[in-house]
Design a protein around this ligand. Structure first.
Ligand code: GLY
Length: 364
């Protein structure tokens, strides 16, 4: 390794590796006549992801072992979820905005070049992560949104298609009909005499509307050359105001990579992650020496501290929403944490598996 002036230097890892090799062999280094060959342990290959990414981490891991760069491997991995109509939080089949239109957000970041690309509120393109990758590689920009992002995708040959599945349309319609008792939308049966909400009967009307998931997939990856890369892709908050973008296309929020330190990403309530600059905060915690899991927990504590508006708090004063962080450091240590118990996916040489995340609170 060379320093900036071109002189050969031994990096810290090399030095530690050499010291370790020496002491493992039982020889204090200074007593050896000849410097031992450097024992440089390659970092393990790791792909870590949200719970919905079991298949994705497997694909990303495999791609990295075949030499793909981690950022490309991450995009390759998440493509399987973007194309899966059963996952209603990402890509094709994702839940639409308030107008019933699917709008997708995504970003990618490449550790070695420290470059990133992102798209926000992109309509009609199944693989926004691939468009984000093009933004990174084929423009001098980081983030394209809306119509501009769509035109850019068309220019690069991405196919436009209807991403709204029948299942997602029906969920959207149920949400729309249950939105408010004061609007013009009426749920089946609500116009009947004696239906809940009828002042004549005194029965209480429905308070809860259709649940509004904030799914998403994040994938952070480390290869055997110590390169880091990451990708986050989502259809965002279900039934959002058209044009709303969450944390997922924002560098530092939905993900952040520092090739000297580690990579982190998030899923869950994007507004909370934006307000805490979540993923870059996780990387900063790792820079200060925290393990990936502890780094995630530290940022969750900060978000809990910042959450003060009563409508966002439960009866115990805790956030009434979920946020998850996932992280891997340069050494290949990985972890994840959330406010409330949840699971995440990882793939290492031991294979792909689902693990429990650490959580700030034991139960909801
Ligand atoms: N974390 C996904 C979103 O809030 O859009």
């Amino acid at each position: 390794m060379k320093d900036r002036s071109g002189k050969s230097v031994m990096d810290r890892r090399g030095f530690l590796g050499a010291s370790l090799a020496g002491s493992l062999l039982g020889f204090p280094l200074k007593k050896l006549g000849k410097a031992p060959a450097l024992v440089r342990r390659r970092p393990p290959v790791v792909a870590v992801s949200s719970r919905n990414g079991l298949k994705a981490v497997e694909r990303a891991y495999e791609a990295m072992t075949q030499g793909k760069r981690p950022v490309d491997a991450a995009v390759h991995g998440v493509a399987v979820v973007e194309a899966d109509p059963r996952d209603m939080s990402v890509g094709y089949g994702g839940l639409p905005n308030a107008d019933g239109v699917v709008e997708l957000d995504s970003c990618v970041m490449d550790g070695p070049t420290q470059l990133a690309g992102a798209v926000g509120a992109l309509r009609g393109i199944m693989h926004p992560a691939q468009v984000a990758l093009k933004v990174m590689r084929r423009t001098d920009h980081v983030l394209l949104v809306g119509e501009g992002a769509l035109r850019f995708a068309r220019m690069h040959g991405f196919k436009e298609e209807n991403l709204l599945t029948e299942r997602a349309r029906k969920r959207w319609l149920r949400w729309r009909e249950g939105l408010s008792r004061r609007d013009d939308w009426v749920e089946p049966g609500e116009n009947d005499l004696g239906a809940p909400g009828d002042p004549e009967t005194g029965k209480k009307g429905k308070e809860e509307v259709e649940p509004r998931p904030t799914g998403t997939i994040h994938l952070s990856a480390l290869d055997a050359k110590g390169r880091l890369g990451a990708c986050t892709t989502t259809s965002g908050l279900a039934f959002k105001i058209p044009g709303r973008v969450g944390d997922s296309p924002l560098i530092g929020c939905g993900l952040y990579v520092d090739n000297d330190i580690g990579s982190a990403g998030s899923t869950g309530r994007g507004e909370a992650v934006i307000l805490s600059n979540g993923s870059s905060s996780v990387v900063e915690q790792m820079r200060q020496g925290k393990s990936p899991t502890d780094a995630c927990l530290e940022v969750l504590k900060r978000i809990a501290h910042f959450t003060r508006i009563p409508r966002l708090l439960d009866a115990k004063g805790r956030p009434n929403f979920q946020v998850n962080f996932y992280a891997v450091n340069k050494k290949g240590e990985f972890g994840a944490a959330a406010f409330y118990p949840a699971k995440y996916a990882v793939c290492t040489e031991e294979g792909a598996r689902i693990l429990d995340q650490a959580s700030l609170y034991k139960r909801r």
